[in-house]
Design a binder for this molecule. Structure first.
Ligand SMILES: Cc1cc2nc3c(=O)[nH]c(=O)nc-3n(C[C@H](O)[C@H](O)[C@H](O)COP(=O)(O)O)c2cc1C
Length: 349
């Protein structure tokens, strides 16, 4: 059903298609499909003390301005991450800035944190109570003089309305942002964030979103800083600048971050490495190329306790969560597994 509709949508420029999707969700045009795995104990879990229907969340970048999260919950997502939000409104890079790589089931984007700004988004969330768990993803403005302070501005505006705050240090589309992965810079950023949290007397969990392009020796260093600061969870991963050689689509050399299928394995390998260093002390939210029960299953085996997706929904359509649950249920039933949590990090299944 969606595949016919998809041919039409794919004739439209990707960013216009995205804006149309947001508009229709704003008007609550939520397709009404039957989800026979709603409240299925096989997928029940808790994130930061809150019960979720399932561990599959919508990744940052889709609902950048927190306009449609309540419609997204109706599509079956277990949680939603809005943003990235910067202190000031920002246009982002020049268009076109999203490319579909249909043959590769991938996207490349170089949006550059286009968003309406923190004040605007925070007042929208305040006036529209989320019906499920929402995370707010924060980043700095492109032209800011003080990137560290930009994260603190976001924290002050969202700490009392978000179920968690994501510190995004991994977008490839804001120059040098990924330098925050360096040990001393990362530690400084975390120290400032946690000091500010204390000043605010806030218990909002802090989550960090990591780049898949970090060097091998950075994984252990980052892991120990995450543990020292008692970070709430780590998201692995954002889009990649690498992995272009084996792609087929003519848009493969567009500048920007690559998401979807070509990112899947790279992200799974990184999750595995983080899982080993984190040793169960910090949960991993696994992201990158999830579009089926099998791909969700592989992320759990690698060590993710929760999942997020974006590109999969572009290719598979709005009922992707019920599709994934259906396929995953079959895998779990075949292996006599009662709840997906049993397989987290169990690579030998
Ligand atoms: C068009 C687009 C915009 C994105 N914008 C953001 C963003 O603003 N902040 C962020 O942390 N990640 C952003 N991402 C990255 C996704 O959240 C996710 O980490 C990445 O796409 C990998 O997941 P996927 O393969 O399921 O898409 C964006 C991805 C896409 C495709």
């Amino acid at each position: 059903m969606f595949s016919k509709f998809r041919n039409l949508i794919f004739k439209i420029d990707p960013e216009i298609a995205h804006n149309l999707a947001i508009k229709s969700l704003q008007f609550k045009f939520v397709p009404n499909f039957f989800d026979d795995n709603k409240n299925n104990p096989m997928f029940e879990t808790k994130l930061f003390g809150k019960k979720l229907d399932n561990p599959i969340g919508l990744a940052a970048g889709f609902d950048k301005n927190a306009e449609v999260y309540n419609s997204i919950f109706k599509l079956g997502f277990g949680f939603v991450e809005v943003g990235t939000i910067t202190p000031l409104k920002q246009y982002g890079n020049t268009k076109p800035r999203i490319f579909r790589l249909v043959e590769d089931k991938a996207l490349i984007n170089r949006l550059g944190f286009n968003n309406l700004g923190a004040e605007n988004v925070s007042s929208r969330i305040r006036s529209n109570k989320p019906s499920g768990l929402i995370g707010v993803n924060l980043g700095p403005n492109k032209d800011t003089q003080d990137r560290l302070n930009d994260y603190l501005i976001g924290l002050r505006l969202f700490h009392d309305i978000a179920d968690y705050i994501t510190i995004n240090i991994s977008s490839p589309n804001t120059e040098n942002l990924r330098e925050f992965h360096e040990k001393s810079k990362f530690d400084e950023l975390m120290t400032l964030i946690f000091n500010e949290k204390e000043k605010l007397n806030s218990d909002v969990p802090i989550v960090v979103k990591i780049s898949p392009d970090i060097k091998e020796d950075q994984i252990e260093k980052i892991s120990s800083i995450l543990i020292n600061h008692k970070v709430g969870a780590v998201i692995v991963s954002n889009t990649t600048e690498a992995t272009r050689e084996n792609l087929k689509d003519i848009s493969r050399h567009q500048k920007g971050g690559l998401s979807g299928k070509p990112l899947e394995l790279k992200s799974n390998l990184l999750i595995k490495k983080f899982y080993n260093f984190l040793n169960g002390k910090i949960d991993i939210i696994g992201v990158g190329g999830i579009d089926s029960g099998k791909s969700a299953y592989d992320k759990f085996l690698a060590g993710a306790s929760f999942l997020q997706l974006y590109t999969g929904m572009v290719y598979q359509g709005p009922n992707i969560v019920s599709k994934i649950k259906k396929e995953l249920k079959q895998i779990l039933v075949d292996k006599k597994i009662k709840n997906f949590k049993e397989i987290i990090g169990k690579d030998d299944y």
